[in-house]
Design a protein around this ligand. Structure first.
Ligand code: AMP
Length: 225
């Protein structure tokens, strides 16, 4: 299964991508997670970025804008070439604009592979703003939680004892940055909807308040592939 998850920040695409990654036993590739790991001081296997580049990524993220295509596409090229992607992958947060979509098409062609689908989670902006205000992030391990609907489990606590004490609001989940990220999504990323519709790859699922219902709709949509 090769899937692209499309949706506004906070639409739940990360949650679905994580679940589908376990279900299909293929990696979830989140460019946002990769960038946050770089900010925490981790480096990517097979690719070293300078401190200046990482500082630049960090300040762009904090402004709610997009990291340069040049860096982002290199990160994805490097990641998709890894052996764990041979049986498929779920792209979560990439592509985010038409040039990235075109770069992905070229990359897939180079590896002689095709996308199965682009799954869009459609959630109204008001619901997004509400959800993101409750989202919390563990600075130590990078996992995302929600104060209302998804707090660390016993297993999570065992895996990363630090994060239960240290859940924080991400800099880019602050209300003023969320506003900019939503604007970027509508002005830039949403152009990918007609792009993938033309390729006959776009599936839209309404991201509902009740997670179980969204899961059911996503699974039903993917079962039809
Ligand atoms: P996310 O966790 O997917 O919401 O991403 C957090 C931030 O990382 C975004 O607001 C962007 O600043 C940056 N980012 C993530 N993915 C991309 C991408 N594909 N292209 C450019 N910037 C990205």
């Amino acid at each position: 299964m090769r899937l692209v998850m499309l949706g506004a920040p906070g639409s739940g695409k990360g949650t679905q991508a994580e679940r589908l990654s376990k279900k299909y036993n293929i990696p979830q590739i989140s460019t946002g997670d990769i960038f946050r790991a770089l900010k925490r001081g981790e480096q990517l296997p097979g690719m070293t970025l300078s401190k200046e580049t990482i500082d630049e990524i960090s300040s762009i993220m904090n402004s709610g804008n997009l990291v340069s295509d040049d860096i982002t596409i290199k990160v994805i090229e490097n990641r998709i070439a890894m052996s764990d992607c041979q049986n498929g992958f779920i792209l979560d947060g990439f592509p985010r604009n038409i040039p990235q979509g075109e770069a992905l098409d070229r990359l897939l062609e180079k590896h002689n592979i095709k996308l199965d689908a682009v799954l869009e989670l459609d959630v109204p902006d008001e619901a997004i703003v509400e959800r993101l205000s409750g989202r919390r992030y563990c600075k130590a391990c990078g996992k995302t939680y929600n104060l209302e609907s998804n707090m660390p489990t016993e297993e999570d606590r065992a895996n990363c004892p630090e994060h239960c004490e240290n859940l924080i609001l991400r800099d880019d989940d602050k209300p003023e940055v969320v506003k900019q990220r939503l604007a970027t999504y509508h002005d830039v990323t949403e152009h990918l909807k007609p792009y993938y519709k033309n390729q006959d790859k776009l599936i839209t699922v309404i991201g509902r308040k009740n997670l179980e219902n969204t899961i059911k709709d996503v699974d039903e949509a993917l079962a039809k592939l």
